[in-house]
Design a protein around this ligand. Structure first.
Ligand code: B3K
Ligand code: ZN
Length: 849
């Protein structure tokens, strides 16, 4: 199929003012009657054909103003010739039949464990009825649901219900992608929230019977999100009811449908014995994210899907701010940057690189990427840093005031900042258009009391973009004295040219610069550093992010040396520096846990490549184990520290307790390096009364090849809890040592409880395996073969999840010739598969290009 292009955008020929939908629910033959109040768009060329999108719809009848119209549906929709369309307001009515049970792609109306649910973003509404399925067509919705389910929900407020039917009305005009319907045997966990203007909003979280005891944390997170959006952005909720529904079969995390958020159950349900600290944290941030979409996404939406970052980048930025406010800003920033580097920098460096605002796509579902979301959020963070927090708030106020109820573009967004601040942002806008991660090289000179920093920026070529312009790069920078005091306080150095210098005068001694503090710009900073400098920053940097960064960079440098020379012993200064951070009781335990974590295998792989090596994943694994052992040996009082960190009393997911558990888990991992029989991990596995510690222990047992007994017990205990069973699969797929990993994954995939059509389960085994670097990339290619087998199997069932997981091959050209040849064989095998979906065809095609 040919790509859709941003430059071809034209306004819709016809508008829809009001939508009336009637659903007669049936598991295999649901009838949908749609009555649309339509009119020609005054802003479009007159006299155009009337085109409706529609897929997999059985058309029963169609009328305009009550008169039957002859239409010929094709695979993608139907057209009513202009001659048959009134040039004044008219009513379109169509009845279609759809099959929710046959809908395994989980887009449109589908069944999940006996429950009806919908997913319409981006283009799922066209699988429910004929419609101009594009976000710049906004309408009010009235919905009648007929069926025998005890609970039948749609967007907005309930208006009437009787035996076997329910009616809903959403007064806020919305695009079709925000439509939702849910029906099934559900129970709700209820609460309420009073907005700052004193309106009472009913809050309901709907789950399957039996899960009602696992909703309290999500509900609490929702209420905190609602309060936070009022305080931080002045945004109040706008309906009398806000509902969340948890479903088991879902392609992504959650969906912000107006007034009726639908969630992957994984991001709602939590109890201490089934969810880890990390699960709680994710629940909090995703609940916040979807709630924040009510303003950034729903009240103000996107004109077209190229503008996706308008709502996603901004909403991610908002949820990151929220989580930082709820927990620790330093820790949150480090976590976010780890994720950004692992996913977005990787994407930017490979064949799938694209701008934050893409200019073309084949399948829009393939563009819900780390670049659109996470880099999109970084761009907003940079904007805020450049204009300052007060001007940022002014600009946002203007955005909500000027564009409420509209479908907007990135140009609208930038204009709001220009108008609110008087600043010209045309060069800044390049962040939306140029793909790739900027590299910033910095050089220092010190002469006659003048310290000069000279920066040069380059942006490597990416697919479709051979040449680039210099960007605006805000680098928060401070200068430290040799004793570690800030002799020049933090300020933002604004790079705008390819090469640029900044002078600092009046210094009595050569300072040490701390650059890109808080990771103020998403760039790769290239700085000549020796170990003394690394050790100094790890001990003294006054910016917690850069302090962590110094330790991480130090560890990467050491690992690169160890890879080059297997006899190389890790530098004592690194071990001592990390030990000192551990021993510093004034630091937040969670920060210390992060500082003590070693770089990931992928990070070491990248660092070794920058050093000119073609690294072998198996060797990286060995080097990481050796460094971990050396660090464990360097900490004399590991056991005592571990015991001292025990969190007393019953489990609580709060940040302080979670931080202690994280540090304790890190120490346990180190101690396990020194215990051939993993005795302490075994003890913890036996005694843990919460899932966080259970998983810490189980992970170590699996990673050291001693998990058999614990895995059997875990399975026995949790066989009937799907979300916990996912963890059982994931821990084995991601941590089993390479010698055995592909074989074990193949064996697990053959189990009866490997319900591979469930996206969570598929990702827990096949997705998690691709993240087991040494196992997936085993030199004999067994991992690649197995992985490709499963992609080919899932593709006809669920293209969206297949294409997403297939992205794991995006780094293939970075490997040695042998592995490249093995991967190429599998990529070609996938691409040659008959009837391969458009989603997977696009991803594999781009990876192969
Ligand atoms: N907006 C949805 C994502 C929809 C993905 C469609 N393939 C969830 C979110 O970003 O909040
Ligand atoms: Zn979102």
């Amino acid at each position: 199929p040919s790509p859709i292009r941003l430059r071809d955008y034209t306004p819709p020929a016809y508008l829809v003012d009001a939508v009336h939908l009637t659903f007669r629910l049936n598991q295999t033959a649901t009838r949908v009657v749609a009555r649309l109040s339509m009119r020609p768009n005054p802003a479009a060329e007159p006299g155009q054909d009337l085109r409706f999108d529609g897929e997999k719809l059985g058309l029963i009848r169609a009328t305009i103003d009550g008169q039957p119209v002859q239409v010929n549906p094709d695979d993608t929709g139907l057209t009513v010739p202009a001659a048959l369309v009134p040039d004044a307001p008219f009513t379109w009515e169509a009845e279609v039949e759809i099959d929710p049970t046959g809908n395994t792609a989980l887009e449109g109306l589908y069944m999940s464990k006996g429950m009806y649910c919908t997913q319409c973003e981006a283009e799922g509404f066209r699988k429910i009825t004929y419609f101009p399925d594009r976000p710049d067509v906004m309408a009010t919705y009235t919905v009648r649901i007929e069926g025998d389910a005890p609970v039948m929900l749609s967007n907005g407020n309930p208006t009437a219900r009787g035996d076997g039917w329910a009616e809903w009305h959403d007064p806020w005009p919305k695009p079709s992608y925000l439509f939702a319907l849910v029906a099934g045997n559900l129970v709700s966990h209820d609460d309420s929230f009073t907005t700052r203007s004193g309106r009472k909003v009913d809050l309901k979280i709907y789950v399957r019977p039996g899960d009602e005891g696992k909703c309290a944390y999500a509900m609490d997170a929702l209420k905190r999100s609602m309060r936070w959006d009022e305080e931080a952005y002045g945004r109040e909720y706008d309906l009398d009811l806000f509902m969340i529904v948890a479903v088991d079969d879902f392609n992504m995390g959650a969906m912000e449908n107006k007034g009726l958020n639908i969630f992957n159950a994984k991001y709602v349900l939590a109890s201490p014995d089934t969810a880890t600290d990390q699960d709680y944290e994710r629940i909090e941030s995703i609940i916040a994210h979807e709630y924040f979409h009510n303003w950034t996404g729903n009240r103000i939406t996107c004109r077209d899907w190229f503008q996706l970052c308008l709502k996603e980048g901004l909403t991610v930025y908002r949820d990151q701010q929220f989580s930082g406010d709820q927990r620790s800003h330093a820790v949150k920033r480090i976590d976010d940057v780890l994720m950004l580097r692992a996913r977005q920098f990787r994407e930017d460096a490979g064949p799938l690189a694209h701008p934050v605002r893409p200019v073309e796509y084949v399948e829009i579902n393939n563009f819900y990427t780390a670049t659109v979301y996470e880099k999109g959020a970084e761009v907003i963070g940079m904007l805020r840093r450049l204009v300052g927090p007060e001007a940022y708030r002014r600009a946002l106020d203007l955005y909500f005031e000027r564009h409420d109820g509209q479908a907007c573009t990135i140009e609208d967004w930038i204009a709001v900042f220009e108008d609110a601040t008087g600043r010209n942002l045309s060069q800044f806008s390049l962040w939306y258009a140029q793909s790739g991660t900027p590299r910033v090289r910095v050089q220092e000179t010190w002469k006659d009391g003048v310290f000069t920093l000279t920066f040069s920026q380059t942006l490597p070529p990416t697919p479709g973009q051979p040449d680039k312009e210099p960007m605006v790069i805000p680098l928060a920078t401070a200068l430290l004295s040799p004793e570690g005091a800030e002799v020049v306080a933090e300020q933002v150095l604004e790079l705008t040219q390819a090469r640029q210098s900044f002078r600092f005068e009046g210094l009595s001694a050569r300072p040490v610069p701390s650059i890109n503090r808080g990771f103020s710009a998403p760039v790769i900073l290239e700085q000549d550093m020796d170990d003394a400098r690394r050790g100094f920053l790890l001990a003294h940097d006054t910016d917690p992010f850069n302090r962590w960064e110094a330790g991480r960079e130090f560890a990467r440098a050491v690992l690169v040396r160890m890879l080059k020379d297997p006899a190389h012993a890790p530098e004592e200064t690194l071990l001592e520096g990390l030990h000192a951070v551990l021993a510093d009781e004034t630091l937040d335990p969670e920060f210390r846990a992060l500082a003590l974590r070693l770089p990931t295998a992928e990070e070491v792989f990248d660092a070794a490549r920058r050093d000119g090596q073609t690294p072998d994943p198996a060797m990286i694994r060995q080097a990481l184990l050796r460094l971990e052992t050396a660090l464990a040996r360097r900490i004399p009082d590991l056991r005592a520290r571990l015991d001292a960190l025990a969190v007393p009393g019953p489990y609580s997911p709060d940040a302080a307790s979670a931080g202690k558990r994280a540090l304790r888990g890190r120490l346990l991992a180190l101690l396990t390096r020194l215990e051939p029989d993993a005795a302490t991990a075994r003890e913890l596995f036996a005694s843990a009364d919460n899932m966080t510690e259970t998983m810490q222990a189980l992970s170590l047992l699996v990673a050291t090849g001693q998990g058999a007994q614990a895995l059997a017990r875990f399975h026995e205990r949790w066989a009937s809890e799907g979300l916990v069973l996912d963890k059982w699969y994931a821990v084995q797929a991601s941590l089993t040592p390479p010698e055995n990993a592909p074989e074990l994954v193949a064996e697990l995939a053959g189990r009866a409880d490997f319900e591979w059509k469930n996206p969570n389960r598929f990702r827990s085994l096949i997705g998690a395996f691709a993240a087991n670097m040494a196992g997936f990339h085993r030199a004999d290619g067994a991992g690649y073969r197995l992985f490709a087998d499963w992609l080919i199997r899932l593709d006809p069932v669920n293209p969206q999840t297949t294409a997403r997981v297939a992205g794991a091959f995006e780094t293939w050209r970075q490997f040695d010739a042998g592995r490249q040849a093995l991967i190429l064989t599998q990529l070609q095998r996938i691409s040659d598969t008959k009837g391969l979906s458009k989603d997977t065809t696009e991803i594999v095609g781009r990876i192969l290009e």
